[in-house]
Design a protein around this ligand. Structure first.
Ligand code: NAD
Length: 487
């Protein structure tokens, strides 16, 4: 029980050393609602020390060969892999996600992030063009930018943090990373492996704390020329404003309001389980999750019946329960926000077919105050409702009918976001046509979330600026220069 439990105390990691902080923030176990961990409440002072360490480490790290840096990344991947179970347990406890998800997705992908960029850094080339009539050769060179500021969210904590650290250091930058204050534990565990892997002191610094305090100190530090941010659109707006006077390089990976479009010739055997997963995986707390399902009218009733039946089979439960498909939401405030959308939908006359307010979750007494919520399906909802327009970022999806291809493309594009979409159809021409017209950085057809890390990842419209991936991340984390030689 909480009275006898010792609190986990995290420390900042600067210049290769774990350092205590002068004050701490409470961090909650989402499955119980109890404080179980204390996160450093860092600010300007810690950022100054981290910048000093990162500046000192830059000349030697940036002049290592790509092979040397690649070896360090591979060693880090091996060490993470050896700690997979321990990291998965920690991620699940800290975030509320199921242990199965942390074990099979979050931590393996974090390992893969380091291996992937360890390999891709060895294969980049630059360009050259000749201009013989003027006796000129033009070519480009790339150099690391300097100290990279990396800010990550709470939904896929280690996965998204390593997706930034790996390409940044592979390219020869030094970094200051700030994980979400809600989920800092696995980043702190990573700190302990950095020295062991041979990452030189100061190359990776991890400073914990809140966005407004330490996040803004990082964003406004004049010696940090680049910010890679994954999180919400309002925070991105603030970061953009704060960094504008410094003309910083920005990469913004933001939210979505992702449509699934299901045509009458879709293979429902495949489509239904995939759409349940795309709606509710990780409690719907993935930026790529489906939250608007458009179903062609001729199959609407059948789809809805089968979809709700399949959703009810998605068991909610304790994160440690291997039979649970959804765990706890990240925080009390977030749970209340997600629930408020259900209330609004009901007030607008929508129907809630399963989930919040309909089904019940039986939990042990200790977990009664945890932030649990079942997968929720809403129908009879208007396209202009906030549930169809705003990112809810929880286990909630809306299902609505459509008639024609042209109409559904218009409705799918009728939101401010443009991150991901799925299209289900057996007609190859239609798939290409619709995918082409959707305002979305990613379109999956007849599948969901199959990732090819080499190719660009990112969103259009309010879903962000820039792309991540082998070449795109390398481009972002390097400066390019064009040199002309007259011979
Ligand atoms: P958030 O914007 O609240 O926080 C993200 C990070 O920014 C945290 O580390 C936070 O401490 C920090 N931050 C907050 N205010 C700041 C400020 N003023 N200055 C500097 N840093 C600040 O987002 P969140 O709630 O942690 O994450 C959920 C959001 O992230 C959702 O919108 C989701 O769609 C999005 N997301 C996008 C992707 C993607 O790849 N496109 C991936 C995962 C999550």
């Amino acid at each position: 029980c909480s009275g006898t439990m010792e609190l986990l105390m995290l420390e900042n990691f600067i210049d290769g050393k774990l350092l205590p902080c002068h004050s701490y923030i409470d961090s909650y176990d989402p499955s119980t609602g109890e404080v179980y961990c204390k996160v450093p409440d860092s600010g300007k002072e810690e950022i100054e020390v981290a910048v000093e360490a990162a500046r000192k480490a830059f000349p030697s790290w940036s002049s290592c060969s790509p092979q040397e840096r690649s070896q360090v990344l591979n060693r880090l991947a091996d060490l993470l892999e050896q700690s997979l179970e321990e990291l998965a347990q920690a991620e699940s406890k800290d975030q509320g996600k199921t242990l199965t998800m942390a074990r099979t997705i979050d931590i393996p992908r974090s390992v893969q992030n380091f291996r992937f960029f360890a390999s891709s850094i060895l294969h980049h080339t630059t360009e050259s063009t000749q201009m013989d009539h003027l006796g000129c050769l033009h070519y480009t060179v790339r150099t690391p930018v300097g100290i990279a500021g990396l800010i990550s969210p709470w939904n896929l904590p280690l996965y998204l943090l390593t997706w930034k650290i790996a390409p940044a250091i592979a390219a020869g930058n030094t970094v200051i990373a700030k994980p979400s204050e809600l989920t800092s534990v696995t980043a702190w565990m990573l700190c302990k492996l950095l020295n062991k892997a041979g990452v030189p002191p100061g190359v990776v610094n991890i400073v914990f704390g809140t966005g407004p305090k330490v996040g803004e100190a990082l964003v406004t530090h004049p010696e940090v020329p680049l910010i890679s941010f994954t999180g919400s659109q309002p925070t991105a707006e603030r970061i953009t404003q704060l960094s504008a006077p410094f003309c910083k390089k920005l990469s913004l990976e933001l939210g979505g309001k992702n449509p699934a479009i299901i045509f009458e010739d879709a293979n429902l055997e495949d489509c239904i389980p995939a759409t349940v997963r795309s709606s509710f995986a990780n409690q719907g707390e993935i930026c790529l999750c489906t939250s608007r399902i458009f179903v062609q009218r001729s199959i609407y009733n059948e789809f809805l019946k089968r979809f709700v039946k399949a959703t009810r089979k998605w068991k909610g439960g304790l994160p440690s329960d291997p039979s649970a498909s959804v765990g706890a939401l990240i925080s009390k405030a977030h749970l209340e926000k997600v629930r408020s959308y259900i209330k609004k939908a009901r007030a607008e006359g929508a129907q809630i077919l399963c989930g919040e307010g309909v089904d019940r979750l039986s939990l042990p007494p200790r977990n009664q105050a945890g932030y649990f919520m079942l997968p929720t399906v809403i129908t009879d909802i208007n396209d202009e409702s906030c549930c169809m327009k705003e990112e809810i970022f929880g286990p909630v999806t809306c299902v609505v009918p459509f008639d024609s291809e042209e109409e559904v493309i218009r409705r799918a594009n009728n939101v401010k976001y443009g991150l991901a979409a799925t299209v289900w159809s057996g007609h190859v021409g239609r798939i290409h046509r619709v995918a082409q017209k959707l305002q979305s950085g990613l379109v999956w057809t007849n599948c969901w979330l199959i990732r090819e890390l080499n190719l660009p990842f990112g969103g259009m419209k309010y879903s962000g600026i820039g792309r991540e991936g082998a070449k795109d991340s390398h481009d972002f984390f390097t400066e390019i220069k064009t040199i002309t030689v007259k011979y």
